[in-house]
Design a protein around this ligand. Structure first.
Ligand SMILES: Nc1ncnc2c1ncn2[C@@H]1O[C@H](COP(=O)(O)OP(=O)(O)OP(=O)(O)O)[C@@H](O)[C@H]1O
Ligand SMILES: [Mg+2]
Length: 493
C-alpha cells in the first residue's frame, strides 16, 4: 500500500516550524550559556571583593584571634555568604549567614563534613565549586591571611541557577507562543496563497464534466478574476487556464460554425441539383407520354421541346457540378496552374467577351499601356474577371455603366469592376462571398445564378495570395481584386 502523500501545506508547515524551532533551541542554548558564564564571572568578582575585605580584616586581628565568631562580630553580614576560617590553633570552623542576617548576624554553622567537602573542592586551587546538602551549590574562594590563617569565602550559585531557569522559562514560553503564531500565520498564508490553485482545480473539474463532443457547446466556466491575477505565481496558473479555455471555446465555436456551414452547403447543393433533375424527369415523362399517346407530327414537336429543355437543364447541372468540383479542388489547394498573366491583356479580353452579351449596358475600360504581370493561372484569372463582369451585368438594370480598370499600386496589381447599378441587396451583403449566397430570390431565379460565382472568384484570388473585397452603396458598387505583382514586374520600376 502506498503512503498517502503529504499535502503541500503540511510539508511547508512542517519544514518552516521545524526549522524555526531548531533555530530557537540553538539561540536558547547559546544565550543561556553566555549569560551563565557572565553571571558566574560577576559572582566570582563579587566574591573576590568580599574575600579581600575579610582577609584584610583578619590581618588586623592579633594572632590566634582570627575565628569565625570574631570576624562575624566585625563583619557587616551579607545574606547567604559562606565564611570558613582555618588556623593552626583554632582548627577549622565555618558559617553561612542566613537571609535574616541583620546586624546581629544570624548564621548557621557548617558541619565538619561540609568543611571537608569545601576543602576537597578547593584541593589546593584558589577557587572551587561545592554542592552542600543543606545550603546548595556554592562558589568558594580561599585566601591566606597572616600566620597561616586561611579564609574561605563563598557565595551561593543558586542565584545564577534561578536566573538561568527564569530566562529559560521566558524563552520557552516566548518560543511556544511565537511558534503557535507562526503556525497560524503560515497556515493562513499558505491557505490564501493556494486558493487560486484550488479555484483552478475546481474550474478544470467543472469543464471536464461538461460534454464537449457534440452539438453546440460553449465553455463558460472560468477561474474567477480575483483568483487569476497573473502577477502572482499561483494566479498565473489561473489566468493561463482562462486563456486556454478562451482559446478552446473559440475553436469549438469555429468548428461548430464550419460544421453548420458544411451542412448548409450540402443541403444547398442537393437542393440546387434537385431542381434541374426534377425538371429533366418531368420533361422526359412528358415526351414519353407524347410518343406513346400522340405519335406522329405532334409527338415530334413536343418531344423536341422537351429534349431542348432537358438539354438546357443538363447543361445547368453540369455547370453547377463543375463549379462545385472547382470549389472543392480550390479548397484542397489544387487546381491552379501557374504561369505569368498580363492583367491588362486579361481585362481587354474579358471586356470584349462580356460586351456582346449585354448591349444595353455601357462598358468602359481603364487600363495602362504597359502590361501588368502577375504570377498565376491565366484560365482561372479569366474566370474571376468573367464572374465579376457577369455580376455587374446580370444584377443591374439596363443602362447601367460598368467600368473595368486595371492599375498598379505599389507592389500590387489592382483590378476593379465598378457599376452604378442599385448596389448589393442588403439581405446578402454579410454573406456575399459564401457559397450559394444570392440576393433577392426572385431576381436571382430570373437571372439563373446559383450564388457560387463570388465564392469561386474569392477562392481563386486567395489561391493567388490576393484579396477580393467589395464596397457598395446604391449607384456605386466596386469589386476590388488585389494581387501581388510578379517579382520581375515589381522590381522593374
Ligand atoms: N454588381 C452587383 N450589383 C448588385 N448585386 C450584386 C453584384 N454582384 C453580385 N451581387 C449580388 O451578390 C449575389 C452573389 O453573387 P454570385 O456571383 O456569388 O452569385 P450569382 O451571380 O447569383 O450566381 P452565379 O454567379 O453563381 O451564377 C448575387 O446574387 C447578387 O445578389
Ligand atoms: Mg455571379
Amino acid at each position: 500500500m502506498t503512503r498517502r502523500p503529504m499535502s503541500l501545506q503540511t510539508r511547508l508547515m512542517t519544514a518552516v516550524i521545524g526549522f524555526v524551532s531548531l533555530i530557537l533551541v540553538i539561540v536558547a542554548v547559546i544565550t543561556s550559556a553566555t549569560l551563565g558564564a557572565t553571571l558566574e564571572r560577576q559572582l566570582e568578582d563579587r566574591l573576590k571583593v568580599y574575600s579581600g575585605q575579610i582577609t584584610q580584616l583578619v590581618n588586623t586581628f592579633p594572632e590566634g584571634l582570627a575565628s569565625v565568631d570574631n570576624i562575624s562580630v566585625r563583619l557587616k553580614p551579607v545574606p547567604g555568604l559562606l565564611l570558613a576560617v582555618s588556623s593552626t590553633e583554632g582548627g577549622t570552623s565555618g558559617v553561612v549567614y542566613d537571609d535574616t542576617a541583620g546586624d546581629l548576624g544570624g548564621s548557621e554553622a557548617l558541619s565538619t563534613r561540609e568543611l571537608a567537602q569545601i576543602n576537597a573542592s578547593l584541593a589546593g586551587r584558589p577557587t572551587g565549586t561545592v554542592s552542600l546538602e543543606d545550603f546548595g551549590s556554592y562558589l568558594v574562594v580561599v585566601q591566606s591571611a597572616h600566620n597561616g590563617v586561611n579564609v574561605v569565602t563563598g557565595l551561593p550559585r543558586t542565584e545564577i541557577q534561578n536566573q538561568l531557569a527564569t530566562l529559560l522559562t521566558v524563552i520557552a514560553l516566548a518560543t511556544i507562543g511565537g511558534l503557535i503564531l507562526l503556525a497560524l500565520t503560515t497556515a493562513i498564508t499558505i491557505r490564501v496563497g493556494l486558493r487560486p490553485l484550488r479555484a483552478v482545480a475546481a474550474t478544470a473539474t467543472r469543464v471536464a464534466n461538461q460534454p464537449l463532443d457534440r452539438g453546440e457547446v460553449q465553455i463558460t466556466e472560468r477561474v474567477p478574476a480575483s483568483e487569476a491575477d497573473p502577477r502572482t505565481e499561483t494566479g498565473l496558473v489561473g489566468s493561463s487556464l482562462n486563456k486556454l479555455l478562451d482559446h478552446v471555446n473559440d475553436s469549438l465555436a469555429s468548428r461548430q460554425k464550419n460544421e453548420e456551414r458544411m451542412r448548409r452547403f450540402v443541403a444547398d447543393a442537393s437542393h440546387e441539383l434537385r431542381t434541374p433533375l426534377s425538371s429533366i424527369r418531368g420533361y422526359s415523362e412528358l415526351s414519353l407520354r407524347a410518343l406513346k399517346q400522340q405519335g406522329g407530327e405532334a409527338a415530334v414537336e413536343s418531344t423536341t421541346t422537351s429534349l431542348e429543355r432537358i438539354q438546357a437543364q443538363s447543361l445547368r447541372m453540369t455547370r453547377l457540378v463543375e463549379d462545385l468540383l472547382l470549389l472543392a479542388r480550390l479548397d484542397e489547394g489544387r487546381e491552379l496552374v501557374y504561369g505569368t498573366v498580363d492583367l491588362t491583356q486579361l481585362a481587354l479580353e474579358g471586356l470584349s467577351d462580356a460586351r456582346p452579351t449585354a448591349a444595353d449596358h455601357h462598358w468602359n475600360i481603364e487600363a495602362p499601356d504597359e502590361p501588368i504581370v502577375i504570377v498565376g493561372d491565366a484560365g482561372r484569372m479569366h474566370q474571376v474577371v468573367a464572374n465579376l463582369l457577369a455580376n455587374a451585368r446580370t444584377h443591374t438594370p439596363a443602362g447601367t455603366s460598368i467600368t473595368l480598370s486595371v492599375a498598379r499600386e505599389g507592389d500590387e496589381a489592382v483590378l476593379r469592376v465598378h457599376d452604378d447599378g442599385p448596389g448589393i441587396d442588403p439581405g446578402v451583403r454579410d454573406e456575399l462571398f459564401a457559397r450559394f449566397a444570392r440576393g433577392d430570390s426572385s431576381r436571382a431565379r430570373q437571372t439563373g445564378g446559383t450564388g457560387l460565382g463570388l465564392a469561386i472568384a474569392k477562392a481563386i484570388v486567395e489561391g493567388h495570395g490576393g484579396h477580393l473585397t467589395v464596397a457598395s452603396e446604391p449607384g456605386d458598387t466596386t469589386f476590388t481584386v488585389r494581387l501581388p505583382l510578379s517579382p520581375a514586374t515589381a522590381s522593374a520600376e
